[in-house]
Each structure stands twice: as structure tokens, then as C-alpha cells.
Design a protein around this ligand. Structure first.
Ligand SMILES: [Zn+2]
Length: 313
């Protein structure tokens, strides 16, 4: 006898939560035309807790609690999807999730991929200002079908990079670079790059970072034009063993990139759970992690944020 997690979720409660997150203050609105002139029309045929509605507005359409959301039209019931999302928030691998929920590998893979895509498509792009640290890191990620690639086995410490490993990571070499920008005490924005060049990072920086912000980096030449691009810029010289410097003479070594370095180690251990992430899928994992970091919630506390993101219009 096997007891699966989903046997313990109450259908009524799950749909109640979805309605509360989707329609604030209980104001059901039509996903087709936006009208709030709605009448209840009983329940879904097989999912008895899923309410159906008819729009009395201009479209006169029918819909239910899940219409127009990522949770609509699946073979697996809603509670399985929500548990899957919950376990993803705990950073479980597809294999672990499959075991917990009693699902086969292909089903889990399809579900987690869709959920990651949903999160990446709906998350708000972070806006960074103030003091920002920038850095790049390389992770191992091959192409589809390459099962041997082990995720997050990137740059082997500073020393090796400084001996000339810099710039070696390219998408062609199965070591795509990841570019990160983090606001001290604030949000992070990470993206996978095709290459590490000034013209590649310039539009990304311009998109996320407010003009005039103070940027800290190391001495790598891709950061040489930050001032031309409208930012203030200070860098540490890792090449001469400098990791933090006090430029304004107040006794605090404010010129450093320790915040982003700390973030990289969180990302590495997050990715380590998932074996063989392909380059095609890596941006989805990055986007999901960026979201969890930026909502500042982990584990159990993360689920409401994830659900709200996926359910909001
Ligand atoms: Zn309508």
C-alpha cells in the first residue's frame, strides 16, 4: 500500500485557494472579456470542486476556475500540479517529484517544464538601482540529449579563471556563460549569454539597471565601458589579489563583488540537484531561481508566491 502526497490534499480547499488567488475579493471576472457580470453554472463534470461560470457581459462565454491559466486542460488533476509546484519550490529533482507523486518520468518532466516556462513568462523583470554588483560565471550545460553533462560544475574557483580561463566559456563549448547583476540588499537579474562581449552585455545592463547607478565589478574588460553607458563604475583587481577596497576612506571596503559571488554559490547548489540540464532548458532553471530569490521566500513560503504569479492575469 502506497500513500501519495496528493491523497492528503483536499480538493475543495485547493480550488478555494485558486479562486482566492485568481480573483481578489471574490470578484470573479470573465477571462475572455473581463466582465464582472457573471453567473455560477454548477461544477465541472469530473473535478467536482471546480466551479463553472457563464459570462453575462458582451461575450456570453463560459469558463471555469482554471480557464485561461496554465493549470487548464491537463490530464493530471489540479492538486497534482500544485504539489509538483510545491516540490519544485523545495528544489526537488524530476526524479524525486516522480517518486513523491507516483508519476512516471516523462509526465513529471513535461509538468515541471511547463511550470518553469509559466514562471519565466509571467515573472516581472527586476529593476535594479543604487549599488549593483556584476559578474559572470560558467556552468556546464550541453545540448539536448547530452545526458553526461553535469550542471553547475562551472568555473573552478577564482584562481583558475585568473590564469586565463576567462572568456573561455561559450555556448558552443557547452559551458554557457551566465551574467548576473545584483542590487546590494535587493533583487537579482541573471541571464544566459551566447558569449562574453561588451556588445552582448550592454543591452542587458541597459534593460535592467537604472542609469547613474553605481556598478561594482572585477577588472574584466567587458566592464570597461560602463561609464560610457551612463553608469558610475568601480572595480576590484582580482588579478593582483585585491578582493575589497575602501575608496571613500570611511573604513568600510565597499568596492567588492562578494554579494554576487555569494549568489553564485547559492545558484550552484540549487542547480546541482538537477543532472544534465541542457542549454535549451538552462534559461528556465535560471528564471525560476531568479524568481525564488527575488520574492525572498523559500520552501513552504514560496508556494503562494508561485501560485499567485501563475494565476494572476
Ligand atoms: Zn465575457
Amino acid at each position: 500500500m502506497v500513500l501519495y502526497l496528493q491523497d492528503r490534499l483536499d480538493d475543495e480547499k485547493v480550488y478555494e485557494t485558486v479562486r482566492a488567488l485568481r480573483w481578489s475579493e471574490g470578484k470573479v471576472s470573465c477571462p475572455h472579456c473581463g466582465s464582472e457580470d457573471i453567473v455560477r453554472k454548477g461544477f465541472h463534470n469530473t473535478q467536482k470542486a471546480r466551479r463553472r461560470y457563464r459570462c453575462q457581459g458582451e461575450c456570453c462565454g463560459q469558463f471555469n476556475d482554471l480557464t485561461g491559466t496554465i493549470f487548464e486542460g491537463h490530464h493530471q488533476p489540479l492538486e497534482v500540479w500544485i504539489l509538483c509546484l510545491y516540490l519544485m519550490g523545495l528544489n526537488q529533482s524530476n526524479q524525486q517529484i516522480g517518486r513523491e507523486l507516483g508519476l512516471n518520468k516523462d509526465d513529471v518532466q513535461a509538468m515541471t517544464k511547463q511550470l518553469r516556462e509559466g514562471v519565466v513568462a509571467k515573472k516581472k523583470e527586476p529593476e535594479l538601482c543604487g549599488e549593483i554588483e556584476m559578474d559572470e560565471v560558467y556552468v556546464v550545460a550541453g545540448h539536448k540529449g547530452h545526458t553526461e553533462s553535469v550542471a553547475a560544475k562551472g568555473r573552478v574557483g577564482r584562481r583558475r579563471r585568473l590564469k586565463g580561463a576567462r572568456g573561455r566559456g561559450t555556448a558552443q563549448k557547452d559551458k554557457p556563460p551566465i551574467f548576473g547583476m545584483i542590487e546590494r540588499g535587493g533583487k537579482v537579474a541573471i541571464s544566459m549569454l551566447d558569449n562574453v562581449k561588451q556588445q552582448t552585455i550592454k543591452p542587458i545592463i541597459k534593460k535592467y539597471v537604472q542609469q547613474g547607478s553605481l556598478v561594482y565589478s572585477d577588472e574584466y574588460c567587458i566592464y570597461d565601458r560602463l561609464e560610457q553607458w551612463g553608469y558610475r563604475h568601480k572595480h576590484v583587481c582580482h588579478g593582483i589579489g585585491e578582493y575589497a577596497r575602501d575608496d571613500d576612506g570611511d573604513g568600510f571596503c565597499e568596492v567588492h563583488v562578494n554579494t554576487i559571488e555569494g549568489f553564485w554559490s547559492l545558484l550552484r547548489s540549487w542547480l546541482r540537484t538537477h543532472r544534465g540540464i541542457s542549454q535549451e532548458n538552462l534559461p528556465l532553471y535560471l528564471g525560476f531561481f531568479e524568481f525564488t530569490h527575488n520574492v525572498r521566500a523559500r520552501g513552504k513560503a514560496l508556494l503562494p508566491s508561485l501560485l499567485q504569479l501563475l494565476l494572476c492575469p
